[in-house]
Design a protein around this ligand. Structure first.
Ligand code: PLP
Length: 385
């Protein structure tokens, strides 16, 4: 059997047509018809709500999800000396742009149902930062880890009460829905990623969901070197080269034709894992804790309820055994507050993310994972146990 990967890129077949158009018209630059059309497709996708009025958000296509987080922070006025609250249980790209701005990330742990930011701990952190520094945190970054919706209503309620803007990191949550609304559209700004391993890909790329046209224009300004409207190059702000190429956007347009199909496939893979592993006492397949949450299940994850306490003793031998059987797996993300690079950052913890890191595993979940592969993976896990 060929190696089974966590989530490989999967093409619709239409991508090359859009790339060809770009070549035929010589739009081989970081702007052009594919970029505009991809942004329209993304906005239509993000703005759709089940049983409610369509949203009016705007989308800017960028070179990476990380660039989107960075520009989101700039739009929220995050500067040197500020603090930004960030979910600790995440990939480093959620937090690193805070440091690019010379600000300090303040990490908040997760709650056990969603694995995402704990709204109560968030409030404690805000109160404590105000008491300690005399200043409110400048922004809040909740994350939709593995595609699971965060408790966004509760997070937004706290954020509004303290009047702190929210930048949602939906890099892993493309197309996940909460009460019928797409994740990434609840806060002030929302982040999408189209890295090669995500729900849809542009090889590398990302996007920022903006509240309105004015904000979109401003984001585009910063993403194209902050060029002022003069006949010569005039700069009054520091800008970045963060726009998406018209070639990559062509891939994105092709991918949008299969986005819903990809989401349904990931959800189906998750259902199979629940069916095959759900009756085992020692394994919990991470599933939506509330009926109004509709995860994209970008990666299906399991955690072991019993067994060895540390990742070295418990998980790593299993990962090695599965790798020998041609199955790629990965431990759940190591929380930011225990990463050496963030050892001095303030953190509000409750043990949830550290425990998940010690006992949780990501399983193959992408478009190439079919029924026979799932049975094989489950068989190998059971054999090991
Ligand atoms: C949670 C999270 N945030 C941000 C990113 C950054 O996205 P990108 O790789 O497109 O820069 C990723 C993925 O890489 C991610 O998983």
């Amino acid at each position: 059997m060929d190696r089974i990967y966590l989530c490989l890129a999967h093409m619709s077949g239409k991508e090359q047509q859009y790339i060809q158009e770009a070549f035929d018209t010589n739009w081989v630059v970081p702007l052009g018809p594919n970029v505009n059309a991809f942004e329209e497709d993304l906005a239509a996708f993000a703005n759709h709500r089940e049983g409610a009025e369509t949203l009016q958000k705007k989308v800017v296509a960028l070179s990476a999800g990380t660039a989107a987080i960075h520009l989101g922070l700039i739009m929220l006025g995050v500067e040197k000396g500020d603090e930004v609250i960030c979910q600790s249980f995440t990939f480093a790209a959620s937090a690193n742009p805070v440091v690019y701005q010379g600000a300090t990330p303040v990490f908040v742990d997760s709650e056990p149902g969603t694995y995402n930011m704990d709204p109560q701990l968030l409030e404690e952190a805000i109160k404590n930062r105000i008491a300690k520094t005399g200043k409110k945190p400048k922004a809040i970054i909740p994350v939709y880890l593995y595609g699971m919706p965060a408790r966004i209503d509760e997070i937004m309620e706290v954020a509004r009460r303290y009047e702190i803007p929210v930048l949602e990191d939906a890099a892993e949550g493309f197309g996940s829905r909460y009460r019928g609304q797409v994740c990434g559209t609840f806060g002030d700004y929302g982040v999408m990623s189209f890295n090669g391993n995500k729900m849809i890909t542009t090889s590398g790329g990302g996007a920022l969901i903006c509240p309105d046209d004015e904000a979109k224009k401003r984001v585009m300004f910063y993403a194209t070197q902050a060029r002022e409207p003069f006949p010569y190059y005039q700069h009054e702000k520091i800008g970045y080269n963060y726009r998406m190429s018209n070639i990559c956007a062509g891939i994105g347009r092709g991918q949008m034709t299969v986005a819903e199909e990809h989401i349904r496939h990931h959800q189906w893979v998750h259902e199979q894992y629940v069916k095959l592993l759900g009756d085992m006492d020692e394994i919990v397949v991470h599933s939506a804790p509330e009926g109004y949450m509709e995860p994209n299940y970008w990666l299906s994850t399991i955690r072991f309820e019993r067994g060895k306490k540390t990742i070295d003793e418990g998980l790593l031998p299993l990962i090695t055994r599965l790798s020998d059987a041609n199955i790629e797996t990965r431990p759940l993300w190591k929380p930011m507050h225990v990463q050496p690079v963030y050892k001095d950052a303030p953190a509000y913890t409750n043990g949830v993310s550290e425990r998940l890191f010690s006992c949780g595993l990501c399983l193959p979940s992408g478009p190439y994972v079919k029924e026979a592969e799932i049975h094989y993976i489950v068989e190998k896990i059971k054999e090991f146990l």
